[in-house]
Every structure is written in C-alpha cells, then in structure tokens.
Design a binder for this molecule. Sequence first.
Ligand code: ADP
Ligand code: MG
Length: 640
Amino acid sequence: MTQIIKRLEAHVANQIAAGEVVQRPASLVKELLENAVDAGATEITLHIKEGGKLLVQVIDNGVGMSAQDAVMCFERHATSKLQTAEDLFKIQTKGFRGEALASIAAIAQVVMKTKTHDMELGREIHIAAGILAEHTEVVTPKGTSFAVNNLFYNIPARRNFLKSKQVEQRHITDEFHRLALVHPGIKFTYFADGAPLFVLPSTSFSQRIVQIFGKKIQDKLVPVQEETPQLKISGFVLKPESAKKSKGTQFFFVNQRFVKISSLHFAVVNAFEGLISNGVHPGYFLQIDVAPQTIDINIHPTKTEIKFEDEHTLFAILRSAIKHSLGQFNVAHVLDFERDPNLDNPYETLKTPAPIPHISVDASFNPFEIQEKPLSSKQSSKQLQGTYSKDSSFNKKPASWELLYSNIHNDSSGINSSDPSDSFTEGSPVQTNSFVEESHMQAGFFDAQAPSKSAHHCFQLGRKYLVSSTKSGLLVIHQSRAHQRVLYERFLTNFTHQEAASQQLLFPKELSFTIPEIKRIEELIAPLHSLGFNMEVKDDQTLSISGIPVVLQEKDLSQVIQDFLSTYEAGHLGDHFSQTDILAKALAKSMGIKTGDVLELSEQLNLIDELFACKEFLISPFGKSVMTNLQQTDLDLKFL
Ligand code: ADP
Ligand code: MG
C-alpha cells in the first residue's frame, strides 16, 4: 500500500491556523498590542491605513528580541511565556500560545525591527506568506516595531470578505480601547491614515476612561470596590440615568483581559434593577482579579469568554458590590478625581436610603383619539405617534378591512365562506400565509353590531397584550409590537413619498455623546441628512442638530439618535433604502407604545384598526410575532 498521508508544510499549516487567529485587521491589532504589553512597554504606538487593510503597525519600547529570537518568534508554538504545562495555571501574560506571529506572517507581508537593551544594532526581518525574505542588521531604538502590510494579500477570498474601511476601523478602535483602558499606566497613541485619533498619556484607570470617552463621563462614574480572599473587584459603573440602549460602555476585565461573560453582565443588570428601564444597558468598567488557577485559562486567542471555578459566588459578590456603590452614590454624587476613592468611608452613608424610582404614567393620554380640538402641548407628541388625522394615508385603509368584516357580518355562515384575500387587496405577501387567512377570518371580534370599529370586546392584559374575542376564540395582540408595525409602515411611506422632508428647529438642539459615539455619528451624518436630519459635530462630544424629519418630535430626538446608533452598531448601513428602513425602525421603536403603557378602550380599538390596515400585520418590523389566535377548540381541550 502506498502512503497517502503527508505532513503539511509549515507555511500551509500556519496559513490554516491563521484562519482562526486572524479574522480581520482588528485581530492583528489585538495580538500586536498584547505582545507589546507583554514585552513590558511603557509607550505603544499604533498606526493603521485603510482600516488596517493596507497596514497595521505597532511600535513599542519594550524588551525587544535578540537576533535568534527575532527569527524564532515566527515559528509556530514559539513562545517565551510558557515552558511547562504547569505554567499554564499561573499565566500572567496576555499571550502564551505562540501562535500569533506565525499566523500573521503566513497571511501578510511583515516587516519587523527589534532591538534589546544590550544589542548595538537591531534586527530587521522581512517575511511574507510565511517565507523569510530578508534578515539584516538595522539601526533602530530599543523595542519592537511590527508592521503588517496587505493582510490576506495571498488569500484573495478572505481579503474580499473584509468590510469597508470604516467598519474595519471601528473594530480596531474597539480593540484599542479594550487594551488601553486596562493598561492606563502605558502611554498609547493611535494614528489612522496619518492622523492622530487618540493620544493617551500614562494615567490612572478613571482618567483613562475620561481620556477615551470624554470629560462628560467623569460625573457619571460611580466607584465600585470589593475585596474578598478569593477576588478583587474594582472599577466603575455609570450612574443609572446614563444607561443607554446602545452598547458601547460595557467593559469587564478579568486579570486585565477583556472578557464578555453574559452571567457577569447579568449580575450588573441585576444590581441596577429598579433603577433603569427595560431595554437599556448599564455602563460599566469593571476589573476582576482572581487567582489564575481559579479560571480556565485555555482561552482561544480570538474568544473573549472564560470560565470561572465558582461563578455563583462571583455573581453574588459583584451584584452586592454594585448595589452598595449605587446606594452610596446618591449622597456622594460627584466623584472627585483628585481624591483617592479608597479613602472614602462608604459605611457612614449607608443609612441614607436610596430614593425609590418611580415611573409616572399619564393615564389620561389617549394616542388614538381622533381630535377635533387643537392638541395641548403635553398631549401632542404622543398623539402624533398614534393618532392619524383624518387625511392621513393610514386612515384610508380601514375601509378595505371594514368591508371584510361587513362580509362576515352579512354572511351568517361565518368564517368559511368569507374569502379574506378578496378584502385584503394590498398585494401583501402575507396573504400566502395560512395564519393570515386565519386571522382575517377571526374578524368577528369586531362586533358587527357596533357602528364602525365596533367591538367593545377588547381589554388589556398585563399592560402588554390586547385581548379581543373573535368568532371562534380569542385574538391576543402584543401592543408594543403592533404599534411598532403601524408606525414603521407610516414612516416608510412618509420617507419614500415626502423624500424625507425636514423641519427646522427654532433653536438648534445640542446633544452630548461620548467621543467614540461622536466618531460614529460623523460617519452617519450623510445618511442621516438624506433622511431629513441637519446636524453638525460641534466638538468631540457635542452634536448640534438644526433640522429633523417632519415625522419626528424634538423630544424624541436624543432617543432616536441613540437607537439609530445602536442599530448601526449591529451592522453597517447600506444604500438609501436600508438607511430609510433602519431609521423607520428606530423611530418606530422609540416612539411606539411600550409594554406597561395603559391604553383606554378607544385607544386599544384604534390600534387594532390601524394594525389591520397595515400591509404586514402579523410580524413586527423586527421580525417578531404581533398576534396569536387562541381557538375555542384549544380551550375546549382544557375542559375535557
Ligand atoms: P505569544 O504571545 O503567545 O507568546 P506570539 O506569536 O504572539 O506568541 O509571539 C511569540 C514570541 O515573540 C513571544 O512569546 C515573545 O517572546 C516574542 N515577541 C512577540 N512580540 C514581541 C514584542 N513586541 N516585543 C518583544 N518580544 C516579542
Ligand atoms: Mg502574542
């Protein structure tokens, strides 16, 4: 038998391994910055070009490498950070797998210069596709400069897979923040295409947060401090009122490593219970230090999850530490950065109870009432969201479905003989859905006796659902999703037909954001302009808005921009259509009726009317189910 199994050549094996280590330019940034930190650098500079696709370079003043090590470091599993298997359990460095440089060199063109303190001349190495091209002496300062050019130049399929410059740069900036935050003692500088983006001199943790997120975050930081024999928690949470819908200020570092662990996030959210509303995320910058042997250190280089030996205890300690701090901050609101927070005596202030937050609901508010009289300013905004004046495009539609119900009414044989598709002539794809036909046929819940919308058989369940009887059972409608659907279709129509008409604000409105958010908004100014927003960035934390889409209320502005940002964070904006779509969704979400809102009967009925006038009324704009139908036969089964 011939031998068919062969060992892969090193550079092929490295190229395969590189697939796991390097997904995008940000992975290079993470690996190279971590190596610089591990090398004991006190100053680290990052240069990128074209979102890192052309160049990612990291220059450090760390220990450097000897002539032999400068070649050896590109070998697979070559590391100075680990020698025996036992070492794994006391790892203090970021790296230890010895995979990064071999992987990077396999899929890019690398130029490295390095020198240790006792070398006269340094070494310069050129390596591309895993093959050493040049190895010379060079005059270079102590430390290492590592330049990665043309990532994936030899794997076009993967190169094509990279996203736009802006998206890749955003990922890089995220990685940069993660590392710079947890190493405030190191001076970091970050240049993108030659321009300095961040210059962060050596400082304390709290000031590093301020350097990155802007001065305004300073007053929002609440210190958290806890120490037990097993672990130490230190850092800050943001005051409850600065919790946001968009994520961007959630940082956990375990033993100085950025991690994302949902149970820990949950512990923080839990500690904020009652202080923030659903759907917003508390901000935090928390460092947890534990003995290395109590965590599963075998962390994959690209992963940010780790496992703890005793997660339950950690969860409980974290939650109570944050609760304690939040209680405390009510009396000591402004954090003095000149003062060492460790010197504060928290226990003295414990006796002061935290004010109980309460949500006020305007019980008289009626978004669906068709108003003859002018709206009072208090009412006007909500009413605009839910009430459509008689000439609104939406009000034209109910006629078609009313026809449907009158069919049912006239036809005493009821459900089976009515053909819903006759009445719903919108050409909506939902008509092929059998459930739609079902629900159209449930039309009997609009009591045909009543003049127009009829049904008094409707009530609100748990301030969340609208329940209405139908001919053969119960229809349960999710109120917030239903309203989102109604608003979404309305906004889409408005944006498409009115070409995003803009209303000028009497006084330009200034909104505050963090520095990274402002940088993101800068990318969005053009698409937002085409949607009717006129805005300019005033300084690194302030946005000035002079015009907004006509459908938008000024008071909702801040929330809508936040929503738009978080939707944008989730993906990237494409053509005008998708931008319109994202804005319509963001508007619908932030302006829509929420779970917990109390609706009067007329409001409930109006919502149902408007919902059934929509092209697609079964699914919310976010793809969630809007209603369900409980058949009487299902109920019968429960009473056997
Ligand atoms: P790891 O970091 O897991 O050890 P890498 O492939 O990232 O593996 O690096 C291999 C080795 O090269 C490191 O263990 C270290 O000795 C050396 N090295 C890498 N980058 C630097 C640097 N910036 N300064 C000094 N030594 C470095
Ligand atoms: Mg490394």
